[in-house]
Design a protein around this ligand. Structure first.
Ligand code: CAO
Length: 578
C-alpha cells in the first residue's frame, strides 16, 4: 500500500504569516528528495521549502498568496519505494515526521536547535553589558545560521568607511537552497572588513567592526533583546533549504554593493544604476548563475518585481537573438524585441551580409524614427506649366551640350524659397531640447538610390544658385553616389532633405526625417488628373508631395502653410523671382 507524507512548513525562525510567492510543483509531479516545492518570501528573505523525501505530489494544501507559519501543511507526497521503507522504520517524535528533516550536522543533532539570525543576534548579546556609552566599536560576526557551515558569500554590500543604517544588509550568504542576508546590528561606520565574495563562512567568523554612534557596547552583537535585528527565515534544525533565506529578496541595499556576476555582452538592460539586489529565489539565483545571467540586468515580472524563471529565460533568449550593439534590430529603447525566427524551417534560405552603407543608414534611420515624433502632411502641386517649361528648357540645354534638366532642381529651388518664408524648416533642436538652432546657410540634401543603399548628397547654398547650376550639381552628385565616389563632406551639412521617387512611381509616402534636420519632402510621380476650374474639369499635371516633419519643432499649421506655399511656387515659377 502506498504511503503518504504530509509535508509541513518547517521551522522558519521567528516568522509567522510568511507569504507563499511561488508553487514550484503541481499535483502528479514526481519530485526528488530535497527538490524545491514552494517558495516563501518575507521582506528580507526568501527560501524554498524542499521535499523531505522523493515522491509524487498527491495534493497541494496552499496557494500563491497564502501566508504560512511553521507547521502549516504544504502538500501531500506519495512516497517513493525507498522513502517508504525509510519512513516505515522507527522514527523520531511524531511532530517531526511531517516536516522536512534536518540535515545531520553537529549543530542540528542532539535536539539542539540553532537559532535564526535574529535570534542568534539577540542571544549573542544577552547577558552582555548594555549601556549608553560614548562611540564604541562593535565586532560584527556571522551569527547563528542554522546547521550550516562554510556557506559561500555571494554579495558584499559594504566596504571600509561606509556608513550603514541599522539593519542594512552587509552580506548575502547562499547555500544551494536558501539565501540569507546578514544585517548590520547597529548603525555605524564599517572598518576592518574581513569578508569578500567567494569566502565560505560559518557562525562566529568575523565580518567587520562597526563604529557605532555610541549607544551600545557589546562584543558580538546588540545586547538588548529589544534590538530588532531583522530575523531571517533561516532556522536551525531545519533541513537544507528550510534554513536561511534572508536577503535574497531583500530590498535595495542602502550601501554600495556589486552584483557578483559578470554581465553578458548584449545590448540588454544595463545593470541598474543603483546596484539594487534583485528579488529572486535561491533556486532561481542558482539557475541564473548556471546560465551566466546577471540578475541585476533582469526585470522581474513577479509580485513586487520578483524575478521569475520565465524572466531569466526571456532575458537569455533576447541576449541570443540580439545581433550587435552597432546595428540593433530591436530590443532597444525599451521596445519589445522581435523574436528570432528560424526561417529554414519553412524552406531553403541564403544569408547575405548587409552592405556597409545599408548598415549605417539602417542605424541612422532607426535613431531618427525612434527619436522624432513624425507627422506627414501631403498635398498635390499643379506642375502643368512647370513641366512644359522644364521640357522646353531641357531640350535647349541638351542641344547646347548641357546636361539633363530634371524636375529635382526646380523642386529644390522652390523648397529653398519656401524655407526662406518658413525658416524653422531648416532649423535643428539643440541637444538639450531647450532651443532651436537657425542656420545662416541653406544646404539641401537629396536621397539617392545606389546599388549599395541610400545616401544623401548635399547641395550647398541652394538659395544662391540658379536652376541650371543646381541641375548640374545634382546630376554630378547623383552619379558620384551611384559610383560610390561621394566624399564624406559631400553628405554633410544639410538643412533639409528631398526624397524623390517620382522617376519610379507611386503616389504618397512617409519619408523619415533626416535627423538632426526637422523636415523632409517626399516627391512622388506626377500624373494628369481632372481639376475643376470653376466651370469645367481641366486635365492638369499634379505632383504628389509628402512633407514629414518633427512635430517637436514644427506645428501642423506651419507645415500646412509651408506645403501650400511650395505648391504655389511650383505651380507658377515666376513666384521664385519675387
Ligand atoms: N514625376 C514624374 N516623372 C518624374 C518625376 C516625377 N516626380 N521625377 C522624375 N521624373 C522622371 C524624370 O523626368 C526622368 O524622365 P525622363 O528620363 O523621361 O526625362 C525620369 O523620371 C528619371 O528621373 P531621375 O530620377 O533619374 O532624375 P531626378 O533628377 O528626378 O532624380 C535622383 C535624381 C538621384 C533623386 C533619383 O535618381 C533617385 O535616386 N531617386 C530615388 C530617391 C530615393 O531612393 N528615395 C527614397 C529615400 S527613402 O528610402
Amino acid at each position: 500500500m502506498s504511503k503518504e507524507l504530509e509535508v509541513k512548513v518547517p521551522d522558519i525562525g521567528s516568522y509567522d504569516g510568511v507569504p507563499v510567492i511561488d508553487l514550484l510543483v503541481k499535483v502528479g509531479d514526481r519530485v526528488e528528495k530535497e527538490a524545491s516545492l514552494v517558495t516563501l518570501e518575507s521582506d528580507k528573505a526568501t527560501m524554498d521549502v524542499p521535499a523531505p523525501e522523493a515522491g509524487i505530489v498527491k495534493s497541494i494544501k496552499l496557494k500563491v498568496g497564502d501566508k504560512v507559519s511553521q507547521g502549516d501543511a504544504v502538500l501531500v507526497l506519495e512516497l517513493a519505494d525507498e522513502a517508504k521503507a525509510e519512513h516505515s522504520a522507527p522514527k523520531p517524535a511524531a511532530a517531526d515526521a511531517a516536516a522536512p528533516s534536518p540535515q545531520p550536522s553537529p549543530k542540528g543533532r542532539g535536539g539542539e536547535s540553532p537559532l535564526p539570525l535574529g535570534e542568534a543576534a539577540r542571544s549573542a548579546g544577552e547577558g552582555a553589558p548594555s549601556k549608553v556609552a560614548a562611540p564604541s566599536k562593535l565586532a560584527v560576526t556571522i551569527p547563528d545560521v542554522g546547521n550550516y557551515d562554510h556557506i559561500p558569500v555571494i554579495e558584499v554590500f559594504v566596504k571600509d568607511g561606509d556608513v550603514v543604517e541599522k539593519d542594512a544588509p552587509l552580506l548575502t550568504l547562499e547555500s544551494d537552497k536558501a539565501t540569507m542576508e546578514v544585517p548590520a546590528p547597529e548603525a555605524g561606520t564599517v572598518s576592518g572588513l574581513k569578508i569578500k565574495v567567494g569566502d565560505k563562512v560559518s557562525q562566529g567568523d568575523a565580518i567587520c567592526t562597526l563604529e557605532t554612534a555610541g549607544t551600545v557596547q557589546g562584543s558580538v552583537a546588540p545586547a538588548a533583546a529589544d534590538r530588532s535585528v531583522p530575523p531571517p527565515l533561516a532556522t536551525a534544525g531545519s533541513p537544507r533549504g528550510t534554513g536561511g533565506g534572508q536577503g535574497e529578496g531583500s530590498k535595495p541595499a542602502p550601501t554600495p554593493g556589486k552584483p557578483a556576476e559578470a554581465a553578458p555582452a548584449s545590448p540588454l538592460p544595463a545593470p541598474s544604476a543603483t546596484d539594487t539586489i534583485p528579488y529572486a529565489s535561491p533556486g532561481l539565483r542558482k539557475f541564473a548563475r548556471e546560465l551566466g545571467v546577471n540578475l541585476a540586468r533582469v526585470s522581474g515580472s513577479g509580485p513586487r518585481g520578483r524575478i521569475t524563471r520565465d524572466d531569466v529565460q526571456s532575458f537569455v533568449k533576447r541576449a541570443l537573438s540580439t545581433p550587435t550593439p552597432a546595428a540593433p534590430v530591436s530590443g532597444t529603447s525599451g521596445i519589445p524585441p522581435i523574436p528570432a525566427v528560424d526561417f529554414s524551417q519553412f524552406g531553403s534560405i541564403e544569408t547575405k551580409p548587409l552592405a556597409r552603407i545599408r548598415k549605417l543608414s539602417a542605424a541612422h534611420l532607426h535613431r531618427a524614427w525612434l527619436n522624432i515624433p513624425h507627422v506627414t502632411q501631403t498635398d498635390e502641386a499643379d506642375i502643368t506649366e512647370l513641366e512644359a517649361f522644364r521640357k522646353s528648357q531641357s531640350e535647349e540645354l541638351s542641344a547646347a551640350g548641357g546636361g539633363k534638366l530634371t524636375l529635382l532642381p526646380f523642386i529644390m529651388k522652390a523648397v529653398a524659397k519656401a524655407i526662406q518664408a518658413y525658416p524653422e524648416f531648416a532649423s535643428s533642436l539643440s541637444p538639450d531640447g531647450e532651443s532651436l538652432i537657425f542656420k545662416q546657410y541653406l544646404h539641401i540634401g537629396f536621397a539617392a538610390d545606389t546599388p549599395n543603399g541610400l545616401v544623401v548628397p548635399v547641395v550647398r547654398d541652394v538659395d544662391k544658385k540658379g536652376i541650371v547650376q543646381l541641375a548640374q550639381e545634382t546630376g554630378e552628385l547623383a552619379k558620384k553616389a551611384r559610383d560610390g565616389k561621394l566624399k564624406g563632406e559631400e553628405m554633410r551639412g544639410g538643412c533639409f532633405s528631398i526624397s524623390s521617387l517620382g522617376g519610379i512611381g507611386g503616389s504618397h509616402f512617409t519619408p523619415i526625417v533626416n535627423a538632426p534636420e526637422v523636415g523632409i519632402l517626399g516627391v512622388s510621380k506626377s500624373s494628369i488628373k481632372p481639376v475643376w476650374d470653376g466651370k469645367a474639369f481641366q486635365p492638369r499635371l499634379l505632383l504628389p508631395l509628402s512633407l514629414s516633419y518633427d512635430h517637436r519643432v514644427i506645428d501642423g499649421a506651419y507645415a500646412a502653410r509651408f506645403i501650400v506655399l511650395l505648391g504655389k511656387l511650383l505651380a507658377d515659377l515666376r513666384r521664385l523671382a519675387l
